[in-house]
Design a binder for this molecule. Sequence first.
Ligand SMILES: Nc1ncnc2c1ncn2[C@@H]1O[C@H](COP(=O)(O)OP(=O)(O)OP(=O)(O)O)[C@@H](O)[C@H]1O
Length: 620
Amino acid sequence: MRTAANASSTEHESAAHANEVKQQPSRFYYPDDELIEKPFNWAQMRRLFAYMRPYKRQLLPALIVLIIVDTLTKLSIPFLISYAIDSAIAPKDMDPSLRMLYIVAGTILGLYIVQWAANTYRIKFMSMIGQRIIYDLRADLFKHIQTLSFRFYDKRPAGSVLVRITNDVNSLQDLFTNGAINVLVDLLQLVGIVIILMFLNVKLAIAVMITVPIMFVVSTRLRRHIRMAWQDVRIKQSRINSHLNEAIQGMRVTQAYAQEQENMKFFDKMNRINKASFDRASMMNQTFSPIIEVTSAIGGFILFWYGSHLIQVGAITVGVLFAFAQYVGNFWEPINRLGMMYSQMLIAMASSERIFEFMDEKPNVDENKQAKQLPVVKGDIQLDSVVFEYEAGRPAIRNISFDVEAGQSIALVGHTGSGKTTIISLISRFYDPTEGRVLVDGQDIRHVQLNSLRTQIGIVMQDTFIFSGTIRDNIRFGRLDATDEEVEAAARSVHAHEFIDQLPMGYDTEVQERGSALSMGQRQLLSFARALLADPRILILDEATASIDTDTEIKIQNALKTLLKGRTSFIIAHRLSTIRDCDRIIVLNQGVIQEQGTHDQLMDTQGTYYGLVAAQFKYM
Ligand SMILES: Nc1ncnc2c1ncn2[C@@H]1O[C@H](COP(=O)(O)OP(=O)(O)OP(=O)(O)O)[C@@H](O)[C@H]1O
């Protein structure tokens, strides 16, 4: 039995629930991905439809044929039936003609077959062209985002980039596969039907069209709300997916810190929000159909009530009333579809705006038109009074100048956040300096083609990225035309061969996403092999030996020597033992060079480097 006390607690709970549901968890929330619809924008529509242009030749003739066939069949069939009733079944002279009936029925059958063939063709053809357009659009977008600089990715969560390439492009699919062409056919049909109805009987035509505005409002406004509600469900679901993605990737940390319950609470909240959104959308859906049915029924009532009156007074024939009923039936279909198209178009406006925003994003690191190919370099590098700010007014490095001769190895050392990674990012031209210049073989790298610069620089990062594919593919990523022998030789030189050989399929072992089945050290050895294979003139090792055990480290110290030989190299290492043999050690502090020299020189000076080395040995 429901007592007053538990009733009030339930009310309290449901109020709390409603409140919670209103509150969105701020994680996995990208404000600009929220807007579902945008007002119609002609310029944007033109830009979107420009994607149809390459298919103009295929589209235009098909369009003309479809319009003719579809309009003619839809308009003529009711007319023929009405004719059959009035001339063959119940003519005024009361002399039915079976022959005439056969002819009309045969013609109608023929028309239906033509209509069926045209429709099958339309659906197949439009979905084919639509898919091609979506393919082009997605390819364009992906091609473009690959050119965008680090700055772009610094300020955008990966999820938001993903949503644009997947969901936003998908939401244009309907517009291209079903929409655009049908609008023309539907509009023509509507005009045709109105003209015929007026021709058959003006008064009855006006009477049945009274319900048109109601129908139009219902199918545009209400449908819009329904679509928005379903879009909301989609957004909530995509947020759950983003969360799941993070939760699965972070499962080890969650379990290690025993945060399962906390995580469950967060998930539960998202799940409840999703359910509420779904309930709302399906409730709206349920109200939609009855409204449409009642409105059509009112239309039908007016038609037959007023129509039978007109028959009685002899203003129309039974055949005409029958034709009216058919035409009115055919009338709702295009109106409904146009309403749907309208809301699809508004959604397309929002999605295409987001897509074009990405496409219009200029790479911060841009290649100017006069950029020249950088010939094979010797490897001299110069930083000339370089200042760099990630955010305006907060320099990460200040007034850095140094010269490196080809073949020298340089170590960058300093506390965390002192600017080491920033310097190597500038040498690879992932960013352009705010002030000053970076020169390779005496050429300002802003004036050479990016590709010709980057193919001569090899980078091994601490967080090595392993792509899904085989071990061999991953090493070959360094140079795609390398032979199997070259891949293996590179792996042997950096002592990666030993562990690869022990894998079940050797070099053909499939590595899972991001190489999760490999240890950190193994991943690094792979990236060493990858860099060696690429044979770059300039090599950058960013904390590359951090995850390798001392045993392996000793082994690969020698390999490193092979790797570094004859190349200009920059090594960032917290483990100072790895950089003892470097030609020069540059010590950074809060974005400026504090001291530089060889290991021995810096130890003699007893400055910051000496302090860092001493600190490291103290704790060993
Ligand atoms: N993408 C970024 N956006 C804004 N600030 C950044 C960005 N990357 C680095 N910084 C800032 O620039 C400064 C230098 O960072 P940098 O990564 O070069 O340091 P680091 O010496 O390589 O540090 P670590 O040894 O921890 O890798 C830091 O203060 C850091 O907070």
